[in-house]
Write a protein that binds this ligand. Sequence first.
Ligand code: SF4
Ligand code: MG
Length: 326
Amino acid sequence: SAHLLDIQHLKTHFATFEGVARAVDDVSFHLDRGEVLGVVGESGCGKSVTAQSIMRLIPEPPGKIVGGHIWFDGMDLTTLDPAAMRRIRGDRIAMIFQEPMTSLNPVYTIGDQIAEMFELHRGMKRREAWQQAVAMLEKVQIPAPHKRAGEYPHQLSGGMRQRAMIAMALACDPEILIADEPTTALDVTVQAQILDLMLQLKEDFQTAVMMITHDLGVIAEVAQRVVVMYAGKVVEQAPTLALFEDPKHPYTRGLLRSIPKLGERSRQGRRHLEEIPGMVPGLLELPPGCRFEPRCSHATAVCREREPELLDLGSNRLVRCHLYGS
Ligand code: SF4
Ligand code: MG
């Protein structure tokens, strides 16, 4: 594949007592070298499960990648053996989370944990690894990095912990950074600082970033291209500017209407997508036609009967909706 990462027809399902939940159901998109791709949707849309599939962190059972391919440097990550996958994870593809304590270990100092990355993946000796760890803390603009390196995660503020996690993720200079709601838990000012930092580091490290979020405001600030997911499917894909100027899918339009205006944003802080009436359908009781149909004000008979295909509109735009095409 010519793409850095190429996800083709990925299917990741979860077995439950009531049936099979198709959390990711035939999802395809790609990531190119050096770009920031936004993946947006409400919780339960499959964006995090897609990320966990790439990292092969799906708890199995009950989860399982049941179809498709994830191409990276000539390898299909869906079938790669666990030892080879361990070498890629953290080294060539790294991930950061909403909650830094997911990846930071509370019983080791920040410096120890970052140094371990250099020891593990770069074969460095302790002393050199520690120096590199301090240098990384400096790069993510943690003040007094020598002192901070000797501190435990709980001694840092939320924003500083997030920086430490980013330092750990970037320690091995990964080609891909997957960021799953990295700023959601932070207050608005710190959120802006972290996004700025990530953009700057992306330039310095030439890392491609997959930014997963429910917040189109974040996408607007960082991403060149956007994939919109709904109930396990990609429903729209577009360059960011085009998506904001002329959203095609009724769901995307709803998402855009739910973004607070400038100013409102700082007053209200984090926002959820409550403005779109209705709820994401349970993955066990998906409507037979378009999955958005129960919430869509444009729905017609065909929407209830037949699932729309992902249609290529040209200009790097894709949409899954019966309003388009013939
Ligand atoms: Fe709405 Fe029909 Fe388009 Fe689905 S296919 S988003 S129900 S108009
Ligand atoms: Mg999630």
